[in-house]
Design a protein around this ligand. Sequence first.
Ligand SMILES: NC(=O)c1ccc[n+]([C@@H]2O[C@H](COP(=O)([O-])OP(=O)(O)OC[C@H]3O[C@@H](n4cnc5c(N)ncnc54)[C@H](OP(=O)(O)O)[C@@H]3O)[C@@H](O)[C@H]2O)c1
Length: 219
Amino acid sequence: MNRPSTRLVLAVSLDGRLAPPQGGPAQIGGPADRLVLEEALAWSDAALLGAATLRCHGSTCLLRQPQLLADRQAGARPPQPVAIVASRSGLFADGLPFFKQPVRRWLLAPEPVAAAAQGRGFERGVPMVGWPASLAALADLGIARLVVLGGAEIAGELLAAGLLDELQLTISPQLLGGPHSWLPAGLAVPEGRWRLLERRLLDDGDLLLRYGCPAAGAG
Ligand SMILES: NC(=O)c1ccc[n+]([C@@H]2O[C@H](COP(=O)([O-])OP(=O)(O)OC[C@H]3O[C@@H](n4cnc5c(N)ncnc54)[C@H](OP(=O)(O)O)[C@@H]3O)[C@@H](O)[C@H]2O)c1
């Protein structure tokens, strides 16, 4: 089945946590991590985020780097990737800043929630009919490269389904403890060693590691 190339992009602590013990918004990476996040956004046609992540942060990350924006313009690409929110309920607080951001918003949700997307502040609803078929539908809508911004539930579902081609982790030199690992506990994941595609020392000891899935042949 045709589908977009996928890259999961997360900032995690040395003990593999993506949020503080109490949960809620996470600011784990430093300023240089923000730049590599923008590089991934610049690579992508769309950015997928889970509804819980959107509720925590209130907004999605936007491309701001002038050079990255200029490169996209030179390639006749829209300034920002489409923001695709995965939600079963489609329920978001009134006045969430996300709905005022200068970005195209799609809602990936089961019917009938997807059908009501436009009434909820989204440009388009895409039916969630299982990840393989829904990713194929995104490919049919012109999404060739999908950056996955988390959180753990979305990352886990895609990883368990064998639908992540690359993992881009910024390892931040801190220990957070608590329950919020970047993959849900007990998840059955495909076996195999991932291939190192890139390593970069960022500022403040942050380390970017990008791996390709052995089965997907990404690189
Ligand atoms: N460090 C980082 O880089 C990073 C990045 C992202 C997030 N985070 C952190 O991660 C935490 C949130 O992660 P999370 O694991 O709790 O949640 P999440 O993955 O962001 O979102 C979970 C939600 O996604 C929707 N969903 C899940 N599976 C779906 C499916 N198959 N079809 C349609 N919708 C589906 C559901 O939304 P509904 O409830 O609407 O049904 C579900 O409640 C926050 O603390 C956030 O700060 C950290």
